[in-house]
Design a protein around this ligand. Sequence first.
Ligand code: ADP
Ligand code: ASP
Ligand code: MG
Length: 437
Amino acid sequence: MIKVVKFGGSSLASAEQFKKVAAIIKAEPERRYVVPSAPGKRSKTDTKVTDMLYSCYDLAARGEDITTYFGEIETRYNSIIAELGLDLSLESEFNTIKNAFIHKAGRDYAASRGEYLNGIILAKYLGFDFIDAAEVIFFNENSQFDSERTNAVLSAELKKHEYAVIPGFYGSMPNDTIKTFSRGGSDITGSIVARAVNCDLYENWTDVDGFLMTDPRIVDDPRVISEITYKELRELSYMGAGVLHEDAIFPVRFAGIPINIRNTNNPEAHGTLILPTSEKYDTGNVITGVVGKKGFSVITIEKDMMNAEVGFGRRVLEVLENNEICFEHLPSGIDNMSIIINTHELEGRRDRLINGICRAVNPETIDIDEGIALIAVVGRAMVKAKGTAARVFKAISGAGINIRMIDQGSSEISIIVGVDEADFEEALRAIYQEFVY
Ligand code: ADP
Ligand code: ASP
Ligand code: MG
């Protein structure tokens, strides 16, 4: 039995947290491969080391003196080393990094040092081998993660180590420069390591009791989901459930490895089990979760009889393609079609897009409505439970909120509704209350 364990930033923010982490790892000899993040916030007002590194690098890139600011980063690590009583000095590492900052080694390199240094400390504290992620995790020329090359090299390397620490968040490019995943990417590294050793369980340790049914920043104390499928997780994390990176699912899904979200500060809690499929339903919960995010726009195109016009949809989508715009949803009626896109996709391309659509299909009207929030109501039990959509709409209208868009995914495990951004939090609370209380 092999377990891969990933610890997030708040789990490794201080020496006190390192002690909890070591106790968890040492409690089970199966916990053999450890993926750490950089030190996170120790309190609400604290700054994550990753953010400090980005800011420090930006100072260096502007040619400013970084001695003081870099010194603060050194202090974060040195205080952890001192409080753990380790016989370890990172002085030469600090000098190398500072020099690289001054010589503009890149923002990704800068950010990656957070997990790199934390990995060295954690390996020393645990007595595990340290493996630099730059040697085993690869991106290709197009900056895409190279899963096959990584899997071959990483699994061969890990066979040589009974116990090892592999820092999260980064890997290397074909020209040996460092590249990071997007923010929160240590979850992806954990998943890559899990696949490489074909482990029995990937434990992802964080600061909440598991995957919660909704965003704890919007609803007080939401219920923990005990079991969730990969598909549901993908819908929820894509739509804003911040606890696990939305791409962390792919490497483990490939191998069918379960993920267990656990709380470093409350290791007794079972957490959330993420599985390929599940027949177990949390009692009384028709929905598994409800999440959402702001920042979408709806483009509405109206033209009489457009449903009878062969190639209409293709011509519209071709305009998006030519402008390199991805769309999120595409609900359509007899005489109208809506395209939901992320508002940032419109930046600098708005006029070109509108003109392109007008030329392509000559609509009667075309409107862009910014400031839309999307809410995803997700649940594998929804297929069986009649009237779920009606309950969602009743909850929203009962709160006096106007629904701007509805889309039920063909997978039948999710219903997406669009509301004005100003109504987002209220709508989310109303749906949660409808199903949970
Ligand atoms: P880590 O540093 O361990 O990777 P993150 O900050 O990335 O932790 O993720 C955990 C945080 O995600 C929680 O503290 C919580 O505030 C937030 N969060 C947002 N939505 C959810 C959700 N549905 N379930 C659990 N946590 C959520
Ligand atoms: N430290 C990185 C970040 O803050 C990666 C991670 O925490 O997963 O985004
Ligand atoms: Mg995270």
